[in-house]
Design a protein. Structure first.
Length: 309
């Protein structure tokens, strides 16, 4: 790939096919999902997948560096489609519990989050935006009467078994999913702050596009309370034009670049306003975007993070 060899793309596609097919070995025994300690199996499966995630991240760095940006989405999308299939029941499975797929839901979310984070770091904003919009085509869903087209928001799904684990073991953590993402963020080239930035961009993109995304990493206090790098750099008009690919700003007056006074708006989250098991704190949307590129109200507080007030 570094040398631009024509067989490089075929090799990447072959690796992605093998990675997707190999996920089947991580499928959990659905008959055990009713057991109180089923979450142990979920966490172990997630841990066992870590070497494969690291391989994917290493390859994605090469793709972001050496593949033409216009070709990146079409190279990555087939893998993400196949990964997304694992997050819901196969058509032939008639008896199941939603938590049967929790390990796959974590894995799919983590892979998508790393994909966006790496593309943002590489300045491949158009490629990242293309993957956020989708579409991801899963024809097998038609067999059970479900839609076949999905977008990036479908990589976020509730992981009930981790919430159950939090209660069962009395961890009293805001989010075990966020804790796991942080613990697993051991690759120097993609820091946890990079993941938080990607998570935040995904949240803004999905909300402005009318979809839902819960930025789970933001419930931790370990990231800097300042504008993220891409928004800090967007004080430059030229850079702002580049990152505008990420946010559907043309469809909403919420984000723009002009000289009007800045108005602060919070996406307030409190106990009882999110799914059971979540304990999160309010965070300031504008705090992480920066005063220089927000000039009029960002109407997110009325429907915080897509959850009912």
């Amino acid at each position: 790939m570094r040398n631009g060899q024509p067989q490089a793309r075929a090799a990447v596609e072959e690796y992605f096919d093998a990675l997707a097919e190999g996920l089947e070995q991580f499928r959990l025994d659905g008959s055990a999902s009713a057991k109180p300690d089923y979450d142990d199996a979920v966490v172990k499966s997630i841990d066992d997948f870590l070497p494969y995630r690291n391989e994917y991240v290493s390859l994605l760095h090469l793709i972001a560096r050496y593949v033409t940006e216009a070709d990146i989405p079409d190279l990555i999308r087939p893998l993400l489609e196949k990964v997304l299939v694992y997050t819901s029941r196969p058509p032939e499975l008639m008896q199941y519990r939603e938590c049967d797929f929790d390990n796959f839901r974590f894995i799919a979310h983590e892979l998508f989050l790393y994909t966006v984070a790496i593309l943002l770091k590489a300045g491949k904003f158009r490629a990242a935006s293309s993957l956020m919009y989708g579409p991801f085509y899963i024809p097998s869903q038609a067999n059970i009467g479900l839609p076949t087209l999905f977008d990036g928001s479908d990589f976020w799904k509730d992981i009930a078994s981790l919430q159950q684990r939090n209660r069962r073991l009395d961890f009293k953590r805001r989010s075990l999913q966020a804790d796991l993402l942080k613990e697993r963020a051991t690759i120097p080239s993609v820091t946890f702050n990079d993941l938080v930035q990607a998570d935040f961009v995904l949240y803004l993109h999905m909300r402005l596009a009318g979809n839902s995304w819960f930025p789970v990493t933001t419930v931790l206090e370990s990231f800097v309370r300042a504008p993220f790098e891409i928004f800090a750099r967007a004080q430059s008009a030229a850079y702002f034009e580049r990152i505008s690919e990420l946010l559907p700003v043309s469809r909403t007056p919420g984000l723009s670049r002009c000289g009007d006074p800045l108005e602060f708006h919070r996406a307030e989250i409190a106990n009882g306003r999110v799914a059971p098991g979540w304990v999160v704190e309010a965070f300031d949307i504008i705090e992480h975007v920066g005063a220089g590129i927000v000039s009029c109200p960002v109407d997110l507080a009325g429907d915080p993070l897509g959850f009912e007030r």
